[in-house]
Design a protein around this ligand. Structure first.
Ligand SMILES: NS(=O)(=O)c1cc(-c2ccccc2)cc(-c2ccccc2)c1
Ligand SMILES: [Zn+2]
Length: 263
């Protein structure tokens, strides 16, 4: 589709011109505020299958010009929702070296350094991601808030290859690793709401699960993420740094955010 960016004339305020859903309802991300929360005792712990990948498996690590993403094998899935949601890819949103705040979801207006999204599609009802992406029950995304702190060995499993994908459309193969280790310890504590893709075309097709607990990466790891990549192609004369790739919180309207935990 048409180009879109996170700032300037193709920035998020202009997205609805080419992508009407971006100006519609049920948009993500949102500011998760205490006043919006409602405890829901039916929210079960997230159960994931086959996230522990062998190093013999190869994953594609790529720079799509808007984020760094890792393709995921279809044996990985979420088994605790009403339908099976099969993993497709994971990617990140982050700030910059001068602004260490780049998460999409905020919690009581606190913006974290970065955010990871593990994208899954409803494989019970749709044959592939493309058929699921614009359906109201099509996608389930696991959101993980990332703070700068302790070094994270799991993040290092792909960050160590990031200089191989500096430019748009570059891809490298990396050995599989335990994707579960990228998630917080507790999969039973999370925020839940109906929302959208946070990038164009902004389809309102995402069941959002944002874990209550953040993970940490070291400052050096954050800088690797925030300063290694360009959104421009290798041959482009003017390299455009890739950072600040987060959409700002959208109006929650009358949406309630369900929580799986009491206090
Ligand atoms: N941020 S997100 O989770 O809502 C999201 C989901 C998907 C997505 C991926 C596969 C199937 C369907 C949707 C793609 C992106 C994306 C990020 C950067 C550049 C372009 C697209 C972002
Ligand atoms: Zn995302």
């Amino acid at each position: 589709g048409a180009k879109w960016t996170y700032s300037g004339p193709e920035g998020e305020h202009h997205w609805p011109k080419h992508y009407p859903y971006c100006g519609g309802a049920f948009q993500s991300p949102i500011n998760i505020q205490s006043e919006l929360l409602r405890f829901d005792p039916t929210l079960r712990p997230i159960e994931i299958q086959n996230y522990n990948l062998s190093p013999n498996e190869q994953l594609t690590l790529g720079n799509n010009g808007h984020s760094v993403q890792i393709s995921l094998p279809s044996k990985m899935h979420i088994s605790s929702l009403h339908h099976r949601y099969t993993a497709a890819q994971l990617h990140f949103h982050w700030g910059s070296s001068s602004r260490q705040a780049g998460s999409e979801h905020t919690v009581n207006s606190k913006q974290y350094a970065a955010e990871m999204h593990v994208v899954h599609f409803n494989s019970d009802k749709y044959p592939n991601m493309s058929m699921a992406v614009d359906k109201s029950d099509g996608l389930a995304v696991l959101g993980v808030l990332v703070e700068v702190g302790e070094f994270n060995p799991a993040f290092e499993q792909f960050l160590k290859f990031i200089n191989g994908i500096k430019y748009r459309d570059q891809r490298v193969q990396v050995p599989g690793f335990n994707i579960r280790a990228l998630l917080p310890a507790r999969l039973d504590e999370y925020y839940r709401y109906d929302g959208s893709l946070t990038t164009p075309p902004c389809y309102p097709s995402v069941l959002w699960t944002v874990f209550r607990n953040h993970v940490t990466i070291s400052r050096k790891q954050f800088l690797a993420l925030a300063t290694s990549l360009y959104s421009s192609h290798a041959q482009d004369s003017a390299p455009v740094p890739l950072n600040g790739n987060y959409r700002k919180p959208q109006l929650a309207d009358s949406r309630i955010v369900l929580v799986s935990f009491k206090e």
